[in-house]
Design a protein around this ligand. Sequence first.
Ligand SMILES: Nc1ncnc2c1ncn2[C@@H]1O[C@H](COP(=O)(O)OP(=O)(O)OP(=O)(O)O)[C@@H](O)[C@H]1O
Length: 323
Amino acid sequence: MSEKREVILEAKHVTRRFAASHGRTLLANNDINLKMYKGETLGLVGESGCGKSTFMRFLVSLDTPSEGEILYRGTDITKLKGEELRNNRQNIQMVFQDPTLSFNPKMNIRDIVCEPLMNFKKIKKSEKDAVCRKLLEMVELPGDFADRYPHNMSGGQRQRVAIARALALEPEIVVLDEATSALDVSVQKTVIELITKLQREKNITFGFICHDIALVQLVAHQVAVMYLGNLVEVLPGKDLDMKAMHPYTRALMGAVFDINMDFSKPIESIESEAPSPLDLPQGCPFQGRCEHCMDICKKENPKLVEVEDGHSVACHLFQKGSK
Ligand SMILES: Nc1ncnc2c1ncn2[C@@H]1O[C@H](COP(=O)(O)OP(=O)(O)OP(=O)(O)O)[C@@H](O)[C@H]1O
């Protein structure tokens, strides 16, 4: 890994509790500590409901944590208000799974793509056409798509428009929340290639939320694996195959490589359903599905500890004095 990596965002002890029925509390994020680096992609992976979107929504101020801070270039963005909050939206943008939900169907693509620029008074009305064409070309769509409406485009084209709109303000960080998950595999591949190209050209930092670890492995420099609100492993994307340690990460990888599996190394699979996030056991949240569960796993939730540079794991199997 390069020595010169620049941390631009750091989450410290981020916790989010949601009030649930019958006075119960749902712990959607439990003491999350993560860094994002300039020009790199952080992949956040885990099953549905593990808290991926909850975390990334803090970055674009769609929600605030119950505890903890998120420092973007030294400023805690969870505390921003008024003009500062508005200005921060220029730095960090988000693209969702289904762009049609955030597009006004009565607006043409020109208005949709240029809306953030108009809102921030970055361009005049007369400049919209030329600016939109440039942004469409950046995402490899024809300039004349400016006159189209979202319903006259394919899912992949709409997602390109959503990316063009998110990049219009030249943000430093873009969060892609399952942004390619609804697309056919071949279209997904072309959108991933586009994202990689844009990162190379513009040095953008991406937050890539995805439940598909194989896809995350393709794009992420750093992968963070979440399980029921907890970070269980953080490691370089290139090391997922050979160095993943947490039984949950290995189970996710096992599910991916099942067909072509290397029988020389054991690959665990997940036998049972995840417990309800409202009914978490004491100790490690993964204990009920883990083949290696020990007594201590039923008592203490393991802390995320660094096992080598850039690789941390939260599992009693790898913590000193845990046997
Ligand atoms: N506003 C809310 N109020 C109550 N519970 C919430 C709220 N938002 C999320 N949750 C709960 O928090 C947990 C984490 O949800 P989150 O959307 O972050 O998961 P996710 O990993 O992104 O899953 P998915 O891929 O399905 O979106 C879930 O159990 C969800 O039901």
